[in-house]
Design a binder for this molecule. Structure first.
Ligand code: NAP
Ligand code: 8YV
Length: 335
């Protein structure tokens, strides 16, 4: 276990050396997959940011020699952190969403940023469909119904069929397209909104000019856009009203995309039919009001969380780290 300011010791043969022959020093921004941290520690000199008690003293002692940050969509990398590390060359992120990484600061300081696109699309899309089905068919509510012994004396409430309804996707990118494939397999029609209509999707996909039009056209609206300032609370009370009392909102994007208070209000007042939520405004905090609602299904930001996908993400993080420090060629840099 590393001490507050000590780097982890390693086998010198396996280190990725800098110009002075020393292994590159990497700051891990927060606890990542244990197996991934072990792999990074086996090759680089590692500091664990969250275990450092006196960060000012740490930065004074080590700030000038840290060349990489390993982080995730949860911990990101702030301008302050980037600017505290004058030797910083690369930020490698575990996950695809880069909203908590200050990209402007990274660009200004010539720091390359990598993420893990592509390898998690299937699992996040599966999660979206799981939430969609769970809400529409009332799976969690009915699970509670059976466990409470209510089946003996009551008629189970009916769900609603997905087939024949329209799935509106906000953000038809890598993940959004996999959601569309799956929704079509369930007999749903597809509508979407991106800032730019896609030319490489089937002609029968309906393009909507804005989010309100998408919500009006959708029975189930799935959010798969990046977080950040461009999408901050774009799903507001007006959008939820356009989705309507039979409508279902599924969010596998970021909590910041939705006005969470407006969502609670719309659900409470029956202006929105239901919601399947994998992400929240202030994770891991989830409003009590949402937890108490039968028409809501909640998951703890597990969109990509399968053994297989997390392994693929870890492999890509290592490939990016080694790609940069061995060849100055990261595999999946953010454009
Ligand atoms: P992607 O391939 O870049 O797709 C994003 C799509 O969103 C693009 O089609 C883009 O099209 C559209 N878009 C971007 N800004 C928009 C805006 N302001 N309004 C409307 N559309 C906009 O990204 P991805 O790999 O599919 O990932 C999407 C997001 O999913 C990530 O950024 C992350 O936040 C989230 N995610 C969540 C989990 C989870 O565990 N729940 C896991 C992975 C990813 P245009 O550029 O044409 O607008
Ligand atoms: C990860 C994610 O769980 O890729 C993303 O953007 O949100 C998820 O795959 C997250 O990055 C890890 O904290």
């Amino acid at each position: 276990m590393p001490t507050a300011t000590d780097a982890v010791n390693h086998d010198a043969d396996s280190r990725k050396d800098g110009a002075d022959g020393a292994p590159a020093e990497i700051l891990i921004a927060g606890p990542l997959l244990p197996e991934l941290m072990q792999r990074i520690e086996a090759k680089y000199r590692v500091h664990r940011w969250w275990e450092i008690a006196d960060t000012a003293a740490f930065l004074k002692a080590h700030g000038a020699s840290i060349r990489g940050i390993a982080t995730s969509g949860r911990y990101g990398a702030t301008r302050t952190m980037i600017e505290s590390l004058p030797a910083l060359e690369a930020i490698v992120s575990f996950g695809v969403g880069i909203d908590p990484i200050d990209m402007e600061a990274a660009r200004e300081h010539d720091v390359v940023v990598t993420n893990t696109p592509g390898v998690l699309d299937d699992c996040v899309a599966d999660t979206a469909l799981a939430l969609m089905l769970a809400v529409s068919r009332r799976i969690c509510e009915l699970d509670r119904f059976v466990r409470a012994g209510r089946w003996r004396s009551e008629t189970p409430p009916m769900g609603r069929k997905l087939g024949g309804r329209r799935c509106g996707i906000l953000g038809l990118g890598n993940i959004g397209r996999q959601i569309a494939r799956r929704a079509e397999a369930f007999g749903m029609d597809i509508a979407y909104h991106n800032r730019t209509p896609r030319r490489d999707v089937p002609a029968h996909f309906m393009y909507c000019e804005d989010i309100h039009a998408l919500a009006r056209a959708s029975d189930v609206m799935v959010l798969a856009v990046p977080g950040g300032s461009g999408t901050q609370r774009v799903v507001d009370a007006g959008v939820l009203d356009a989705l309507g009392p039979q409508g279902i909102l599924v969010n596998v994007a970021r909590g910041s995309v939705v006005d969470q208070d407006a969502l609670v209000c719309a659900l409470r007042e029956g202006r929105l039919g239901g919601a399947g939520l994998d992400v929240f405004e202030n994770e891991p905090e989830v409003p009590e009001a949402l937890c108490a609602m039968d028409q809501v299904v909640l998951s703890p930001h597990i969109g990509s969380s399968t053994v297989e996908t997390r392994q693929a993400m870890a492999d890509l993080v290592m490939a990016n780290l080694d790609g940069w420090f061995e060849r100055r060629r990261p595999l999946t840099p953010v454009a």
